[in-house]
Ligand binder design. Structure first.
Ligand SMILES: Nc1ncnc2c1ncn2[C@@H]1O[C@H](COP(=O)(O)OP(=O)(O)OP(=O)(O)O)[C@@H](O)[C@H]1O
Length: 542
């Protein structure tokens, strides 16, 4: 098994283009409308320059290795998954690659299906491996998936229980009838254990538990067990890698602050920076408000919509496909009903055009309804959104799919916006927000403060209330996991360097040059390199 963790490297955010869409498209027929939408999708996409870390993952995947990819928020995990899926499909053919995520929202984001629907496991199942196997064998579709799968991607692993992870491995080994870990399936597992997880003390039920209202759920979910605690975890991967180059933020002070919060440090000197964000007197009306609880979010959005005192327009989703699979839409981000009016604050919930900044999480205001374009299904005029970036766009319906491998089993058609005066912190995981007004009062979960604060690119875009250092919480098992991951990499670095330095006396110089050219701005890497160098000298190498 290999461990691989590079030093922390900071990079500036991507520069997005400025071209806008026409605000008043006029499409004669439904087919023309679909054609035009397809052409728009094919517009130039931004070029991604893969980092060395990302490249090492891609080359490992290309060689058939099983990998675990982790890293802070905004390190490009999801971006990498898309590229990995392309590679896997070339390696194993389309129909043998299954892309899954532990939640509906995450599954939509990576154009996959939920882990449960792929595997045939129900959420309420007892995770005893033999019991799980018995459940799956009775399901023809799931058994077929397991027999067919050659590569399995699992995103948002922080939300998968250790027992479930072991159970899935047991099923794979048995149904594949191959006596290897995971029955020889190439596994790609992705996630950040420092962000939110839905179970145990990390869920809203955890709050009930703390307050002493011992509900059935809270009793059951008292113990948090992370996938990395699974007995098969270490044998499951050839490579475990922590991506360290952060793309979402570029301000070094902010990055350091977020890293400290991610590690659960509630006394970091950079915490003082948050004080400035707490003392803002004027609230930017374009900022998305984030709250720990859904009920607050719903209340704020409803109150705001009502206060506009305008006629509302209602868009109902059109669902098609398998009835049981359609239920999955309820858990996803695709809204069933969108109720809006002129002046409403909204947010895109699908990437429309990454190059133009029209991405999941982009916010704007409804400035009117297009007189020339009807929603083909509801007959309503389509809404025109003035995005905060300045772009004006008529929002047309898009499709979300529930997949079973490479088969679409259900489709939802809806306009891809939701009301966005307020959102829950759980819902914003994975999003980049232009501006956020975060109220952390009552934040109850490990990683909640980190997940919320890491959504914005700059400290200036943050308006904070209800914050106290005690809200910074990281599970100690999670911290230990990351320390082990880093230290195993460090000792591997040292071993390799020692071998190199025995072979060539110039190896330290070469490494030094490499560090200074590749990681110019990377103080952490440099410090680590210096520490290693010191250890070298102490060991008698020079
Ligand atoms: N190699 C790269 N070059 C330039 N931009 C990149 C690169 N990799 C990722 N990005 C950009 O970084 C941003 C964050 O990426 P992404 O959403 O994939 O991060 P993430 O690790 O999945 O974040 P989160 O954990 O919050 O979901 C995106 O805008 C993405 O386009």
């Amino acid at each position: 098994m290999r461990f691989f963790t590079l030093g922390i490297v900071f990079a500036s955010g991507r520069n997005l283009g400025t071209k806008g869409f026409s605000s008043k498209p006029s499409y004669g027929s439904y087919m023309e409308y679909k054609d035009k939408t397809a052409k728009e999708k094919k517009q130039r996409r931004p070029k991604i320059h893969w980092t060395e870390e990302q490249k090492s993952v891609l080359s490992a995947v290309e060689q058939g290795s099983s990998v675990f990819i982790t890293g802070s928020a905004g390190t490009g995990k999801t971006t990498l998954v898309f590229e990995i899926v392309k590679l896997l499909k070339k390696l194993h053919t389309r129909s043998r690659v299954y892309v899954t995520a532990s939640t509906g929202a995450a599954a939509f984001a990576i154009r996959g299906q939920t882990l449960h629907s792929f595997s045939g496991i129900d959420i309420e199942n007892n995770y005893d491996p033999q019991n799980l196997l018995d459940v799956v064998i009775k399901k023809t579709g799931a058994t077929r998936n397991w027999k067919k799968v050659k590569a399995l991607v699992i995103d948002e692993i922080s939300m998968v229980d250790a027992k479930l992870f072991d159970g899935l491995e047991f099923i794979a080994r048995n149904l594949k009838d191959v006596d290897e870990t995971w029955g020889g399936i190439q596994l790609v597992v992705v996630g950040d254990f420092c962000q939110l997880s839905p179970f145990g003390e990390n869920s809203e039920d955890g709050k009930k538990f703390k307050k002493g209202k011992k509900s059935k759920v809270s009793k059951k979910s008292k113990r948090v067990s992370y996938a990395f605690e699974a007995a098969c975890w270490n044998d499951s991967f050839d490579l475990q890698i922590e991506l360290t180059k952060i793309f979402r933020q570029s301000d070094l002070r902010f990055i350091k602050l977020l890293q400290a919060i991610r590690r659960g440090e509630s006394d970091h000197p950079n915490l003082a920076l948050l004080e400035e964000c707490c003392s803002k007197t004027e609230c930017d009306p374009s900022a998305v408000q984030l709250f720990p609880f859904n009920k607050t979010v719903k209340r704020v959005n409803e109150e705001k919509l009502k206060s506009l005192q305008k006629d509302v327009v209602v868009y109902r989703a059109i669902d098609s496909g398998d009835k049981s699979r359609k239920q999955q839409f309820e858990k996803g981000i695709a809204p069933e009903v969108v109720t809006i009016c002129e002046g409403a604050r909204v947010m895109l919930v699908k990437n429309l055009n990454t190059w133009q900044g029209l991405v999941n999480g982009a916010t704007g205001t409804i400035v009117g309804f297009d007189e020339t374009v009807d929603d083909i299904f509801s007959g309503n005029r389509l809404p025109i959104v003035q995005f905060d970036s300045g772009k004006l766009l008529t929002i047309k319906p898009v499709e979300w799919h529930v997949m079973d491998g490479d088969r679409t089993v259900a489709t939802r058609e809806q306009i891809p916006i939701i009301l966005a005066w307020a959102l829950s912190i759980h819902k914003c995981q994975g999003m980049t927000l232009d501006k956020a007004k975060i109220n952390l009062s009552g934040a109850f979960a490990y990683g909640m403060a980190y997940t919320a604060l890491s959504r914005v690119k700059r400290l200036e875009d943050l308006d904070l209330s209800g914050f106290k250092p005690s809200l910074i919480k990281t599970n100690s098992m999670v911290s230990q996991f990351y320390i082990n991951l880093a230290s195993q990499r460090n000792s591997k670095d040292l071993d390799n360097s020692c071998i190199e330095s025995k072979n060539t006396s110039s190896s330290i110089t070469c490494d030094s040059e490499k560090a200074s050219t590749e990681d110019k701005n990377d103080m952490f890497s440099l410090k680590r390199w210096l520490a290693n160098r010191q250890r070298f000298l102490e060991m008698g190498f020079n």
